[in-house]
Design a protein around this ligand. Structure first.
Ligand code: HMG
Ligand code: MG
Length: 301
């Protein structure tokens, strides 16, 4: 199998990363993070979420963050929008793309967005239609693709069904989320084999949380399956408010280092990215979750 010659990284740190932090984070720090990431060469940044502030308080200031960032040409600034109310707010903030998010397990769907999988898909259809009528592209997520915190194993066929529906309703890309990070390289390859029969691989992305330390291996396994888009979070920030114990996404720095070693260019300045990650870790008072960042910083003394 030849590896993809180009890979696109979707930076989810400001959203998936910060949504799970307990302490308040000021708008200025969020803005600085987004601007640091675009300056480091990330071409896609998920800036925030237009969801209920009662459900995810940390994302309440997303409109202010959008208003504060310095938009760079060639960078896509995106946000989550679970319903029409969220989409309206997202459009007012001038998002370039939105994402809707479904789950492959019924229990997670209920806990995360308070409805069944079928209800969520029915709710997303008009969101996708309305967004596209405003020339805003829509990305789809499927959570719990390699395991659910409430139901345990999840069949790849079930993931394929949800992914197919999202693609059919107009999501240009569907990101498969290992929300709790239990997936292994073998399971990841099987997943893309099965889902790839329903949705073309060039329309699929990988989103791996690193709870079991398998995320980077899962990225490599996905590359072997021809997947060329990955979500990652600077400094490995994050977790999931509805998946107890789940840690952050694979660190963007670590994915960039992996790709550089494979001769796959991402256009990202690793040194600037490490600085961006360390800055937000200092603000949060948390350890840097990127092994590459820690190694480079140790070498620099
Ligand atoms: P609900 O309670 O069923 O909604 O929540 P509702 O329509 O009955 O509304 C209830 C209240 O929420 C009302 O306010 C609405 O106005 C308000 P009240 O009258 O009580 O004052 N409301 C909103 N407010 C702001 N923005 C909105 C909005 N919608 C309703 N868009 C809902 C349903 C989906 C809104 C809720 O469950 C929710 O916001 N959930 C958020 C879930 C979330 O953000 N999870 C984390 C992101 S997903 C993720 O991390 C996984 C991913 O990374 C991939 C992976 O790792 O697997 C993507
Ligand atoms: Mg996630």
């Amino acid at each position: 199998m030849t590896l993809p010659s180009k890979v696109r990284l979707v930076e989810v740190g400001p959203r998936d990363g910060l949504q799970n932090e307990k302490q308040p984070i000021g708008v200025a720090d969020k803005v600085r993070l987004v601007d640091d990431l675009s300056a480091a060469g990330l071409s896609y940044v998920e800036v925030g979420s237009f969801v209920s502030p009662k459900w995810v308080p940390q994302m309440a200031g997303s409109a202010e963050v959008f208003a504060g960032i310095r938009r760079q040409p060639g960078v896509t600034y995106a946000a989550l929008a679970p319903n029409l109310k969220g989409l309206e707010a997202a459009l007012e903030s001038g998002v370039e793309e939105v994402a809707v998010f479904a789950a492959a397990s019924e229990a997670f769907s209920q806990r995360n967005i308070n409805c069944s999988i079928a209800e969520s898909l029915a709710r997303f259809a008009p969101v996708v239609e309305y967004a596209r009528s405003h020339q805003v592209r829509v990305r789809g997520y499927v959570s719990c693709v390699l395991g659910c915190p409430y139901e345990g194993e999840v069949a790849p066929e079930q993931v394929a069904r949800v992914a197919r529906e999202l693609a059919a309703m107009g999501c240009y890309e569907v990101s498969l989320g290992d929300t709790i990070g239990t997936g292994t390289a073998g399971a990841t390859r099987r997943l893309f084999e099965v889902v790839g029969r329903e949705v073309p691989r060039e329309r699929l992305a990988g989103h791996f949380h690193d709870t079991y330390g398998q995320a980077l291996a899962n990225v490599y396994a996905s590359l072997l399956e021809g997947i060329a888009v990955f979500d990652a979070s600077v400094a490995g920030l994050g977790g999931c408010p509805y998946a107890k114990g789940a840690t952050g996404n694979v660190a963007t720095e670590d994915v960039v280092y992996l790709l550089q070693g494979l001769g796959i260019d991402t256009g990202i300045d690793l040194e600037a990215l490490v600085a961006a990650g360390q800055r937000i870790c200092d603000v949060l008072g948390r350890a840097n979750g990127s092994r590459v960042a820690r190694a480079l910083q140790a070498r620099a003394g």
